[in-house]
Design a protein around this ligand. Structure first.
Ligand code: OOB
Length: 552
């Protein structure tokens, strides 16, 4: 089975509670377009689409995709940045009942081939080039095609080269059978799992609730202008409440081509943005940059910060510097969202991650044996609820360990509850590096590193970083006869790995510390890396300052 449904008793409960309304996501736009046909739905550089226009474009695109042979249930890998076509495409696919598989702009062949192959995708949608760094996605698509035989079409926003321009996929709107609200509407990529990224099926019902509940909680309405600065293929800017929550509320989605303070502040001023979402490093950068910016960002009312730990000290500065309210968001592509509420006092907003979104979010905080910890103690967070997955896509084996027998998802986060029941994120037990919101799976990176001819074994650990929160450290054992730290950046780049996954630090070891059961002791390893950082690089086996042998 590709998808694990909610048991009937839970589905009934979520319907009775009014969380699941039985409406497919394509209707969200139809509804807003009827209510505010002439209202601005999307604004970007030199462009403004009304609701009626976005609605019609989505219908024409759905019909055009249908003519290309794309059918309900088919998977389409979408790797677009923050362009208006992302929205018309998403609604076209929702209306067709085909599933967008949302990739990030930073993905390269390794990630994209995996997305295509693990979903048997029939189409892949890309921009022509990256406006920031000139990267040519059309060449990437050619490479991907060779390795993903299921792909029948590559569609391009912009100059298509050898592929099909998305603008040519256009046909007179036609009646299409409505997808079932309990079926998956889209597939999101998980940040934190073992090995290759797992896919998260989000149903029409559950995702509609996710974005509607979030929009209500954040107070969005038709006057809201949401500025998308993070890549919209990520759950946070997409539906928490993000661009979809804004369209549901009848507000305006403004698209910023880049998250840099210059470009984002200019966009806030130009579009009169009232709300936006950022990761902690970006919040810190904006907080500093605003001091010398001339842009008028006084329209901004709410800044949401999430995706990685926000320190209370950094949090305290954000609201006063940007002249708006701060909201902390703890969330995951798998579902559960926790928000501080608008109007919460300052101490609550800077020191907690708030309450879960839904009254039907069930939270358990447990020890290693899945026993509930004492109130207020730190433990592993388990959750189930009306918008948290019951199983990863096509991953029965992995699902056995990622969920409890009664359907709780093991988030891999270490948390505690305040006496009022607010969540505080204290750490993590899952094996990944959270680089300021970008998740790097240790297992995935280790497998790439072990493929290098000089590498005998690899262990990836986070090291603290003042800006990103964490950076990626690759600890290596080299093969006999190799004593130079290899050029990993070039090697990983050639393997088609996204640039943010390339290790920031490389350390060479003679042996890894082991736990009592013989596994690499990553805590000890991280400590050894830190200890070496604090002393001069004496004892380095290679003379390379980036490659040190720890003293044990
Ligand atoms: C968001 O989603 P993902 O799927 O990229 O990452 C989820 C993981 C969480 O399990 C947690 O480890 C970490 O990212 N995380 C936070 C955090 N928000 C997420 N850790 C500490 N403090 C926070 N505020 O990152 C995501 C999805 C929707 C909304 C917001 C974030």
């Amino acid at each position: 089975m590709d998808v694990v449904p909610w048991p009937d008793e839970f589905a009934d409960r979520y319907r009775r509670a009014g969380h699941w309304l039985g409406r497919p996501l394509g209707e969200l736009l139809r509804h807003s377009a009827r209510k505010h046909p002439d209202g601005p739905a999307v604004r970007g550089e030199g462009l403004s689409w009304s609701y009626a226009e976005l609605d019609e474009r989505s219908d024409r695109l759905a019909a055009g995709l249908n003519e290309l042979g794309i059918r309900p249930g088919d998977r389409v890998v979408v790797q677009l940045s923050n362009v208006p076509e992302f929205l018309s495409l998403l609604f076209a696919l929702f209306r067709l009942g085909a599933l967008p598989v949302l990739g990030l702009p930073a993905y390269r062949s390794s990630e994209v081939v995996h997305l295509c192959r693990s979903t048997d995708a029939v189409a892949y949608v890309i921009p022509d080039t990256d406006a920031d760094n000139g990267f040519d996605y059309r060449r990437l698509a050619e490479e991907v095609r060779l390795q993903a035989p299921s792909l029948r079409h590559v569609l391009v926003v912009g100059e298509a080269g050898p592929h099909i321009p998305l603008s040519a996929v256009d046909a007179a709107p036609r009646a299409l059978p409505a997808p079932r609200p309990g079926d998956p509407a889209l597939l999101l990529v998980s940040g934190g799992t073992t090995g290759l990224p797992k896919l998260i099926p989000r149903t029409h019902d559950d995702y509609f609730y996710n974005l509607r509940g979030s929009a209500e909680l954040c107070g969005l309405d038709e006057h809201s202008v949401y500025l998308a600065v993070l890549p919209v293929g990520h759950n946070f800017p997409l539906a928490c409440p993000g661009v979809l929550g804004t369209l549901h509320a009848g507000g305006t989605v403004a698209l910023s081509p880049s998250p840099s303070p210059d470009s984002a502040f200019a966009a806030i001023e130009r579009f009169g943005a009232t709300v936006t979402a950022v990761v902690p490093p970006l919040a810190a950068l904006w907080t500093q940059a605003v001091q010398w910016s001339r842009a008028d960002i006084s329209s901004l009312q709410l800044i949401q910060v999430g995706g990685a730990r926000l320190s209370p000290d950094a949090a305290r500065l954000i609201g006063p510097a940007l002249g708006c309210e701060l909201q902390q968001v703890f969330g995951m592509a798998e579902g559960l969202l926790s928000y501080t509420r608008r109007g919460d006092d300052q101490e609550t907003v800077v020191t907690t991650q708030g309450f879960p979104l839904s009254p039907d979010d069930e939270i358990r905080i447990v020890d290693e044996a899945d026993r509930d910890v004492e109130p207020g103690a730190v433990g592993s967070l388990l959750t189930r609820g009306p918008y948290t997955l019951r199983g990863y896509y096509r991953a029965p084996e992995h699902n056995r360990s990622a969920f409890t027998a009664d359907g709780f998802y093991r988030t891999g986060d270490l948390v505690r509850l305040t006496p009022e029941g607010r969540l505080v994120i204290e750490g993590r037990e899952k094996d990944l590096v959270n680089r300021g919101g970008d998740k790097v799976s240790a297992d995935e990176l280790q497998n790439h590193l072990r493929a290098h001819p000089a590498v005998l074994d690899a262990a990836v650990v986070p090291v603290p970083d003042a800006y990103l929160g964490e950076r990626t450290c690759a600890c290596l054992l080299l093969r006999e006869g190799c004593d130079q730290a290899p050029d990993l950046a070039a090697f990983l780049h050639d393997r088609g790995l996204a640039a943010y996954k390339i290790p920031d630090v490389v350390r060479i070891f003679d042996a890894f510390p082991l736990t009592s059961v013989g596994k690499v002791d990553k805590r000890e390893l991280a400590r050894a890396v830190m200890a070496r950082q604090e002393t001069p690089a004496a004892g380095s086996r290679t003379g390379n300052p980036g490659a040190e042998t720890p003293s044990r």
